[in-house]
Design a protein around this ligand. Structure first.
Ligand code: PMP
Ligand code: GLN
Length: 387
């Protein structure tokens, strides 16, 4: 077979979750909650099914959900997306990202990604026939202990062939977030280019310490050239529902929908009804920072009593920790060892680099997911204290 993705194997999330199951390890690897969504939300799914909402939804999503997404985006970021022509409900952020990339990138185009990066971007760029160009995030230093975008390097990476730039803040796996000055910088960098911005903001509602999420939707100049992608999986603890969305100006959305209609046509109807009702109450997402901040603090405090050294976590439900005081094994080997010998599964950061063996990518860091019950976090910490 002439493979379209010769270098792609099984995703690290599948690999580590499988290993966790086989070894009965506590799974702090793959990012998903081990608790249920709000009972009220679940009841809405039953109600939608009982009310007969069991057939195809309209291709771009049910009007009520698109209207609710438009209202939320306007209230939070001041952006006025037209639900008729500019908002499309997707099968998770994964499909939205694939669709956006296929919509704009083609043979001969370059698409910039910021490494480490979520693992679906590069395969999507390759399937589009385009060339991924990786720009490294600035690694932590004693002065700046967290990862940061390297805007100068992004500026240098842009060529006449650059078709799109993919960003993801709050950032998986490093937890890095943007502030207003980053948005200023992005505006300046992209101003005289034809580069389309694809902004993966699936963790938009998970930012800590009273930060304000710096969505690209806050800036009309950025929104006018962007696909803004989010996911209800992260926001409402429903990763298994696979429902997300994409907001983009009408011309970009029209191209997006041409592909969306043949990729999935439409996504789960009863879930869309349930989400549209649930989204009407802003508390359902405004309470998320406090909810997850308590879990971050719990994990961080517990890890302080181990030989792991944590990095700052201003956003997402992932915490990075350095294990160099425990082992000098490469990240993937360490993650396997921790899972099989100590019963706690984590994700190696090397998996978020195109070349997992490149020395720069191997910094002796692993990612802990804290979207877990307090009892799960406590049980994992007990084990980690013995490492
Ligand atoms: N982007 C990022 C940065 C993610 O972390 C994830 C999933 N964890 C996704 C996209 C995919 O989201 P979904 O499950 O809605 O497809
Ligand atoms: N995005 C989730 C993570 O980073 C996993 C999603 C998946 O399993 N594909 O852990």
């Amino acid at each position: 077979i002439n493979s379209k993705l010769p270098d792609v194997g099984v995703t690290i999330f599948t690999v580590m979750s499988r290993l966790a199951t086989e070894t009965r390890a506590i799974n702090l690897g793959q990012g998903f909650p081990d608790f249920d969504p709000d009972a009220g939300l679940l009841a809405q799914v039953d109600a939608a099914m009982a009310a007969g909402h069991n057939q195809y939804a309209p291709m771009p999503g049910i009007p009520a959900l698109r209207a609710a997404i438009a209202a939320k985006t306007r209230a939070l970021y001041g952006a006025a997306y037209d639900p008729e022509t500019e908002i499309t409900v997707t099968s998770g952020a994964t499909q939205a990202l694939m669709t956006a990339i296929l919509a704009v990138a083609g043979a001969g185009d370059e698409v910039i990604v910021l490494e480490p990066n979520y693992d679906s971007y590069v395969p999507a760029i390759r399937l589009a026939g385009a060339v991924p160009v990786a720009v490294q995030l600035l690694a932590p230093t004693p002065e700046v202990p967290g990862y940061r975008p390297d805007w100068d390097a992004v500026r240098r990476a842009i060529t006449p062939r650059t078709r799109a730039l993919v960003i993801n803040f709050p950032h998986n796996p490093t937890g890095a977030v943007l502030d207003e000055s980053d948005l200023d910088e992005l505006e300046r960098i992209l101003a005289d280019t034809g580069v389309v911005l694809i902004s993966d903001e699936v963790y938009e509602h998970i930012v800590f310490d009273d930060r304000r999420h710096a969505s690209i939707a806050r800036r009309p100049a950025l929104a006018a050239r962007s696909f803004l992608v989010s996911s209800f999986g992260k926001t409402f603890h429903t990763t298994g529902w696979k429902i997300g969305y994409c907001c983009a100006p009408a011309a970009l959305s029209a191209e997006f929908r041409k592909i969306h209609q043949f990729m999935v046509f439409a996504v789960s109807t009863p879930m869309q009804y349930a989400l549209s009702t649930f989204l009407e109450d802003p508390r359902h997402y405004l309470e998320l920072p406090a909810f997850y901040q308590a879990k971050r603090d719990r994990l961080e405090a517990g890890l302080k009593q181990t030989r792991f050294r944590t990095l700052p976590c201003p956003g997402t439900y992932f915490l990075l920790a350095d294990y160099s005081a425990i082992s000098d094994a490469p990240e993937s080997e360490f993650a396997r060892w921790l899972t099989t010998e100590h019963g706690v599964a984590v994700i190696p950061i090397a998996a978020f680099h195109a070349d997992p063996d490149a020395p720069a990518s191997n910094r002796q860091l692993v990612r802990f997911c804290f979207a877990k019950k307090d009892s799960t976090l406590d049980a994992a910490l007990e084990r980690l204290k013995r490492v």
